[in-house]
Design a protein around this ligand. Structure first.
Ligand SMILES: *[C@@H]1O[C@H](CO)[C@@H](O)[C@H](O)[C@H]1NC(C)=O
Ligand SMILES: *[C@@H]1O[C@H](CO)[C@@H](O)[C@H](O)[C@H]1NC(C)=O
Length: 439
């Protein structure tokens, strides 16, 4: 302390005070340091135990408040088993211990058409670069024949997930059929049955609503629920059980994803196939920007957040098709046209000629002996997109858009609520476990 007071007495007083203050300060500092050290040592010594305990405790609390708050359907033993299975690590990690840094995760969503799945898997096995990434197969329902095919995959890391709230998993209660459900055009008041009809007066059909439920559950789960992907920063590619994938699909997609910010800043996604699924591409020396397609589409987390914000629009639109719902409500609500970028030659083909949920257990199978006649030319075996190409933009393409009323099939309040619950299940509580194993 600088003592410039003229009187010596005053100065000494100050010096004394100063000394006392210093002592006090050193006591405080030493005490603080001690406490700090104690905290640090406690943390380093017991962190795992403490946080595990925390998790256990909060998990129980979560499960209770979670079910009450979200009102998810009561799970049965089987659906709990499926939810637990969803936490199994990917297979083939011994064969492919590391994913490439810039990998594009592939999600294949399937129901129950083993003959189709076989074709898809065989086509995937020939995709150049597939071993660099993780393949997630999302199942609507549990079917041994489907599992067998997935278990046979050896060409990359594979993770199987099963929609635990699939109507196919609930034989006698919602989301499946329950005995007092209204059927077809029943009058709920007169028949004392449960259900609210769609805009055309029809009651829900669990087999039909399962499609949209599965898609929405799968989207929420891969982006926000799975520990393997919820930190993934790149794109995720989505394909279906009746999409044939060309050998150049992955390398082309990588090019499209890297060109997208430069060539088409307005593009939300990249697509492997034209929006019109009957087309195979123009064959021009040009990239194409057009409306979002539903075959082989890939986008990133920024776009997912935008979609997720429109959960209400998605869940309340009276159409059982996820893609028509997106075209008619979600994309238009973004405020500007939703373009996607693709190459001039297709890298994926929708080969299923039968509608969904048909074509199995029928005499007129849509595909013969698990193979389909798809022509793959040499040009489809290597990346065939050029970074120097310009972009041709298709404006005002025909198709479902804002104003379309929907085909119905999605009028039941219970379905709409379940759908909303899927959008919330990884957000109101941040423990993944509670969301997937809760009963
Ligand atoms: C994700 O894609 C959108 C649309 O292409 C783009 O605007 C955004 O910058 C991308 N986000 C990241 C983190 O790359
Ligand atoms: C499918 O396989 C069966 C038995 O291998 C054979 O008899 C039949 O001709 C095949 N069908 C077609 C269309 O190839």
């Amino acid at each position: 302390m600088l003592c410039i007071v003229s009187s010596m007495a005053n100065c000494r007083k100050l010096r004394l005070k100063d000394a006392a203050l210093k002592r006090l300060l050193s006591v405080v500092v030493v005490t603080l340091l001690g406490v700090l050290l104690l905290i640090v040592s406690l943390r380093t010594n017991t962190t795992p135990g403490l946080s595990e305990l925390d998790e256990d405790l909060s998990e129980i609390a979560d499960i209770q408040s979670f079910s009450e708050k979200l009102n998810l359907p009561k799970q049965n033993e089987f659906s709990i088993r499926l939810a637990k299975q969803n936490q199994m690590p990917p297979r083939n990690r011994d064969l492919y211990p590391k994913l490439a840094k810039d990998h594009i995760t592939i999600v294949l969503y399937v129901h129950n058409r083993p003959q189709y799945l076989q074709v898809v898997v065989k086509s995937l096995s020939k995709v150049v670069g597939i071993s660099e990434t993780l393949l997630i197969v999302s199942h609507d329902g549990y079917f041994e024949e489907m599992n067998k095919i997935v278990e046979g995959i050896k060409f990359c890391q594979v993770k199987q997930i099963f929609a635990p709230y699939s109507p196919h998993v609930f034989p006698d209660s919602f989301p499946g059929v329950s005995s007092n459900d209204c059927k077809e055009k029943d009058d709920a008041g007169k028949k004392h049955c449960v259900g609210s009809p769609d805009q055309y007066g029809n009651h829900r059909s669990p087999r039909i609503v399962s499609l949209k439920h599965h898609w929405w559950w799968m989207m929420n789960t891969v982006w926000d629920g799975l520990k393997e992907t919820r930190g993934h920063n790149g794109h995720i590619l989505f394909i279906e059980e009746d999409h044939f994938i060309y050998p150049n699909a992955y390398r082309n997609l990588q090019l499209l994803v890297s060109l997208k910010p430069i060539k088409c800043p307005d593009c939300y996604a990249a697509n492997l196939a034209p929006c019109d699924v009957n087309l195979r591409g123009e064959g021009w020396d040009s990239l194409i920007a057009e409306r979002m397609g539903n075959v082989g589409y890939a986008f990133n987390r920024t776009v997912w957040r935008k979609i997720h914000k429109k959960a209400k629009e998605f869940c309340f639109f009276d159409d059982y098709n996820w893609d028509i719902t997106m075209w008619a409500t979600v994309y238009p609500s973004f405020g500007s046209p939703v373009y996607t970028l693709r190459g001039p030659r297709t890298s994926a083909v929708h080969f299923g000629k039968c509608g969904l949920h048909q074509g199995q257990g029928q005499t007129n199978a849509c595909i013969d002996n698990g193979s389909v006649n798809m022509q793959v030319d040499d040009i489809d075996k290597v990346a065939n997109i050029r970074s120097e190409w310009g972009v041709h933009v298709y404006d005002n393409q025909p198709g479902y858009k804002a104003g379309f009323k929907g085909w119905g099939g999605w009028g039941d309040d219970r379905d709409r609520q379940l759908c909303l619950n899927f959008a919330q299940m990884y957000h109101s509580h941040n423990t993944y476990l509670s969301a997937v194993t809760m009963s």
